[in-house]
Write a protein of this length. Structure first.
Length: 403
């Protein structure tokens, strides 16, 4: 149990850290993209306001040099070009400061920008701005590959830093998880020791009581009071055994006697044991089992699982009600056990598997201690399966997924 708790703690930590770091990285990527767009939009607006590369060079000043780095006129004029198209998108003129961009390539980029129909945007690695005039349209293009490259390098660096931080934090989480859970482990060990001691300390006097009761009955004969003593003594013995069973089922070291067996036959045998009790109480038993289902697991524990669900159904089924048992295969074998229960709407389904919880408080002395479903859940967990409760109108059911 503690090992499983440690694994769950580590999984939650991993998920939390990765989620936070992923959100941080996505935020950095978003802000970086927005910043690149804003920077290039400033450049396209500057070029558009200048009207030509020659005018842009003449307007270059100290402020621009500080903003763009070095000789702003040289840096900007070699990264941009201006192209004018007429209403039919034919080339009117080109003011090109980029030696690597031919006239045909510039015209192709301008037409792609025109097809987008926006005032600014991206075409390949170029950020453009569109300015409509009388009979012509100006497109200003600025090469954004350098900005994108710098942004990508920064993002890659941030990714490596976040990845390294995540690995370091997760490593420390794994290393210190045992220390964090040590108080829980100590408490759990004390609980197991208490149950073991209680098992020994209670069973010994209980055995003596029941043995002496036999002697008293042989000398004085049976009586109502002696029968009550025996009944309560047997209930106490059952409770002790169930507590020990729960304690053992929770141990991660618990080894299953796993073998392949006929699940259909095992369920059939377990259900058949409750047929006389159901008949005695006037209950109908409806059984539908898919034949020949094979399963790998502990046959005795699976038999006990079915017995627990059947015992629960018999105890809580309405008078003259029906118990339904169904076994079928989806991806894995699925067992359904249902019974009629008029007060189903009053049940707290999320608490049915809590230890010592009884849905019907009036049945305190029915022989049930509210641990049977907890044992059923532990059996299924040991087989990597699951169990859940559900309700329909007037019906309570349990679904056991055997994996």
């Amino acid at each position: 149990m503690i090992a499983e708790l440690q694994r769950k703690f580590i999984r939650i930590s991993v998920l939390s850290i990765l989620t936070v770091f992923t959100l941080i990285f996505l935020a950095l990527a978003h802000f970086s993209t927005v910043q690149v767009k804003r920077t290039l939009d400033v450049l396209t607006r500057t070029v558009a306001n200048a009207g030509s590369l020659e005018e842009l060079a003449e307007q270059a000043g100290p402020a621009q040099g500080a903003l763009y780095g070095g000789d702003s006129a040289f840096r900007l004029t070699t990264r941009t070009f201006l192209i004018w198209l007429d209403e039919e998108e034919n080339l009117l003129r080109l003011d090109n400061g980029m030696p690597g961009v031919t006239e045909d390539r510039a015209e192709e980029l301008a037409r792609e920008a025109a097809e987008e129909g926006r005032d600014k945007g991206w075409v390949s690695d170029y950020r453009y701005r569109r300015i409509a005039g009388e009979g012509e349209t100006l497109y200003v293009f600025v090469d954004g590959s350098l900005n994108r490259s710098v942004s990508n390098r920064l993002l890659f660096t941030a990714f490596l830093v976040l990845l390294g931080s995540a690995v370091l934090i997760l490593t420390l989480t794994v290393l210190f998880s045992k220390r964090v859970l040590r108080p829980v482990a100590d408490s759990y060990e004390k609980q197991k020791q208490f149950i073991t001691d209680a098992n020994h300390e209670l069973k010994t006097p209980l055995t003596l009581i029941l043995s002496n009761l036999d002697i008293v009955e042989s000398e004085l004969g049976k009586s109502e009071w002696l029968d009550d003593i025996r009944s309560e003594g047997e209930r106490m013995g059952l409770l002790i055994n169930q507590m020990v069973t729960l304690s053992r089922m929770d141990e991660s070291e618990n080894q299953l006697l796993s073998a392949r067996f006929d699940l259909t036959n095992a369920v059939t045998d377990a259900v058949a044991e409750f047929q006389p009790l159901a008949d005695e109480r006037g209950l109908s038993l409806w059984v539908k089992l898919e034949p020949g289902l094979q399963y790998q697991g502990d046959k005795e524990l699976i038999h006990r699982l079915v017995a627990i669900l059947m015992d629960n159904a018999v105890k809580y089924c309405d008078p003259d009600g029906t118990i339904r048992v169904e076994l079928f295969r989806r991806r894995h074998p699925v067992l359904l056990v249902e019974n009629d229960y008029a007060a189903v709407d009053s049940l707290q389904l999320d608490r049915l598997f809590d230890r010592f919880y009884r849905a019907d408080k009036a049945r305190t002395f029915s022989g049930s201690f509210g641990v049977g479903l907890s044992i059923a859940r532990s059996i299924l967990r040991s087989h990597h399966g699951s169990i859940s409760a559900y309700r329909r109108e007037g019906i309570i059911g349990f679904r056991a997924d055997l994996k």
